[in-house]
Design a protein around this ligand. Structure first.
Ligand code: PEP
Ligand code: CO
Length: 456
């Protein structure tokens, strides 16, 4: 095989490989200082949490669990505040209740959170007025303000991203472990009215009632300390794009072999950085974390197989999550070929569907948007292909927020292109808002039932 290239791996061995989407820091001394500082900080997550997630993902690969992965396209330093974090957790928790209720399997919650600060871009620069300036690459790299100075890659942002991630994860842990979330399942915290005019309202309302009844029943029946709802798992994930950030926190831990990326539980490789002989794959082959791989656009199936084999030479279950993001009209054309290749090579993967990134368009009012219908349709098509090929869809990957933004069109409220300007906040891709997210969870649950033959 390709043994020749596979020399000794270190957290920094990727540096001699072709790099894509990586910043070049003009101030080398400041970069080196920042890198060392980041290396000296304690980790954000632990190896045993990462191992626990791998076990759960193994179940998802077998159809015995389902992963709900979601959050902002890009987190921003400014949005590292309690309101934003609580709202994301709330919507993820409520979506997961809907899914548990209908799917009857454990739901693995994974936020695009506590480190989702770097963005791949199609162009290196943009024209503002009559000046060409470097493109914004996410708060981990440079600042959004449109001038040459703000757009210079700033290594101190490695430290700030770490600090903001630490604050975020600290609060997420407090909310999910300390019972601080217990309130969120009470009826007054579920906003249902937006569905009133929808044909599914009755079904939706009765599902939520039944979820709430089940929760109340458990609370009454079980002594407080046994109520598992007081402790909910929430894992973290981000696109591991800036390999300096990732490798500074890649460590060996006592009594366990191998290296872990301790910035996050589930790092993923973006669609633009998955070249077999390139820096990102070299970095990822050395870590024990489960790894997401985005697959869409122009896909060389043979190369994807090589990538999977390179990243998971022992073919362990729960290690590789393939996140397909073809776009609603391309799924039936393209997904079967990839599934067949994975099957023919006997590879274990967890299949997830990102119905967002292949369905982006510019509205007539000039906003980058997505249509709720397209998102739902891609999920339906993906469910259908997996069913036909006797594989399991083990999760979905969504860009969403608990905030009341107007970035995607459609959904029960019927947001149209003229409404986008009302509260469009994203610097990057358009997210589903609270109501659209709950509705989508409800419709995914319906689809699951239908595909599993017990729907109508
Ligand atoms: C993303 O998840 O925000 C993203 C950039 O996705 P992709 O790599 O699939 O384009
Ligand atoms: Co995005």
């Amino acid at each position: 095989m390709d043994k020749v290239k596979l020399r000794t791996w270190t957290p920094l061995s990727w540096r001699t490989f072709p790099k894509r989407q990586m910043p070049e820091y003009p101030d080398v001394k400041l970069f080196e200082e920042s890198f060392r500082e980041l290396q000296s900080f304690p980790p954000l997550v632990t190896s045993w949490e990462i191992e626990a997630l791998r076990k759960k993902l193994k179940q998802a690969g077998r159809g015995e669990a389902f992963m709900l992965q979601g959050g902002d396209c890009a987190e921003t330093f400014d949005n590292c505040n309690s309101v934003h974090i609580v709202k994301l957790l709330k919507v993820m928790l409520q979506m997961s209740f809907i899914l548990i209720h209908e799917l009857n399997v454990p739901i693995i919650r994974v936020g695009r959170i506590a480190g989702q600060y770097a963005k791949p871009r199609s162009n290196d620069s943009e024209i503002i007025g009559d000046e060409e300036i470097p493109i914004y690459r996410g708060d981990l790299i440079n600042a959004i303000e449109a001038d040459n100075v703000s757009r210079k890659p700033d290594p101190r942002r490695l430290i700030e991203a770490y600090q903001k991630s630490a604050m975020t994860i600290n609060f997420v842990r407090a909310l999910t472990e300390g019972g601080g979330f217990a309130d969120l399942h009470h009826p007054e915290y579920w906003e249902l009215d937006f569905m009133l005019k929808n044909k599914y309202y009755k079904e939706y309302e009765s599902m939520v009632r039944s979820i709430l009844n089940a929760i109340n029943f458990m609370e009454k029946l079980l002594p407080t300390e046994l109520v598992t709802l007081k402790q909910v798992d929430m894992y973290t994930s981000h696109e591991a794009l800036n390999l300096y950030y990732e490798s500074a926190q890649t460590r060996q831990v006592p009594h366990t072999p191998g290296w872990y990326n301790l910035t996050t539980h589930l790092p993923w490789i973006g669609n633009r950085t998955r070249g077999l002989e390139e820096a990102h794959i070299e970095y990822f082959r050395g870590i024990r974390n489960p790894i997401g791989i985005k697959v869409g656009g122009k896909v060389d199936v043979y190369e994807i197989i090589k990538v999977i084999e390179r990243l998971n030479p022992e073919n362990e279950e729960g290690k590789i999550v393939i996140i397909t993001r073809y776009g609603r009209d391309k799924v039936t054309d393209q997904l079967p070929e990839l599934i067949r290749a994975v099957q023919n090579n006997g590879l274990h993967v967890v299949w997830s569907c990102d119905p967002m990134h292949g369905n982006t368009f510019t509205s007539s009012t000039n906003y980058k948007t997505r249509d709720f219908e397209d998102i739902l349709e891609e999920i339906k098509q993906t469910f259908m292909v997996h069913r036909e090929m006797r594989t399991t869809l083990g999760g979905v990957h969504l860009e969403l927020t608990g905030d009341n933004v107007t970035e995607c069109v459609g959904g029960a409220k019927g947001l149209n292109e003229n409404g986008l300007s009302r509260n469009y906040k994203s610097y990057c891709d358009p997210r589903l808002n609270y109501e659209q997210s709950l509705e989508l969870a409800f419709l995914i649950a319906k689809e699951w039932k239908y595909r599993n033959g017990n729907g109508h």
